[in-house]
Design a protein around this ligand. Structure first.
Ligand SMILES: Nc1nc2c([nH]c(=O)n2[C@H]2C[C@H](O)[C@@H](COP(=O)(O)OP(=O)(O)OP(=O)(O)O)O2)c(=O)[nH]1
Length: 129
C-alpha cells in the first residue's frame, strides 16, 4: 500500500495580487518543480500551525493563515500526497529562500507559465479563475 503524506502549501498573495511561488531545489524531492512553500504536517499539528511553522522555517517570515483554499490528493508513483493549500497573508519579514532554488512573485494570470508539481495544479487552476 502506498503511503499518504499530508502537506500544507501557503498561498501568499501580496498587495499587487501576485502569488509567491517557490522552486524546489535540485537537492529536494520533486526537484525543479514550482510549488507553494510549505511541507509536511506533523502528528497532532493543526493545518494553521503547520503552515505558519513551515513558512517560518523555509522563508524566515511570519504569516497569518486566512482560510483553506483547496484540498487535493495526488497519486505519485510511490506515494499519495494530500496537499492542503491555505490562503495566507504576510505579517512580518521578507521571504528568503532558505531551502528553495528561487522565490518569485507571479501574477495570477501568469501562474500557468511555471512548471508546477502535479499535486499543485488544481489549486493553480482554481487561483486563475
Ligand atoms: N511543500 C510542498 N510540497 C509539495 C507540494 N506539492 C507537492 O507535490 N509536494 C510534495 C513534495 C514532497 O514530496 C512533499 C512535501 O515535502 P517537503 O520536503 O516540502 O516537506 P518538509 O519540509 O516537511 O520535508 P522534510 O524535510 O520533513 O522531509 O509534498 C507543494 O505545493 N508544497
Amino acid at each position: 500500500m502506498k503511503k499518504t503524506v499530508k502537506v500544507v502549501g501557503a498561498i501568499i498573495i501580496n498587495e499587487c495580487d501576485e502569488v509567491l511561488c517557490a522552486l524546489r531545489s535540485p537537492k529536494m524531492s520533486l526537484p525543479n518543480y514550482w510549488e507553494f512553500p510549505g511541507g509536511k504536517i506533523e502528528p497532532n499539528e493543526s493545518i494553521e500551525d503547520a503552515v505558519i511553522r513551515e513558512i517560518q522555517e523555509e522563508l524566515d517570515c511570519t504569516i497569518k493563515a486566512l482560510q483553506v483554499f483547496n484540498d487535493y490528493t495526488h497519486e505519485y508513483e510511490h506515494i499519495f500526497v494530500n496537499l492542503i493549500t491555505v490562503l495566507c497573508e504576510l505579517v512580518q519579514g521578507t521571504p528568503n529562500a532558505n531551502e528553495h532554488a528561487e522565490l518569485r512573485w507571479v501574477s495570477k494570470s501568469q501562474l500557468n507559465k511555471l512548471n508546477w508539481a502535479p499535486a499543485d495544479l488544481p489549486a493553480v487552476h482554481e487561483l486563475m479563475k
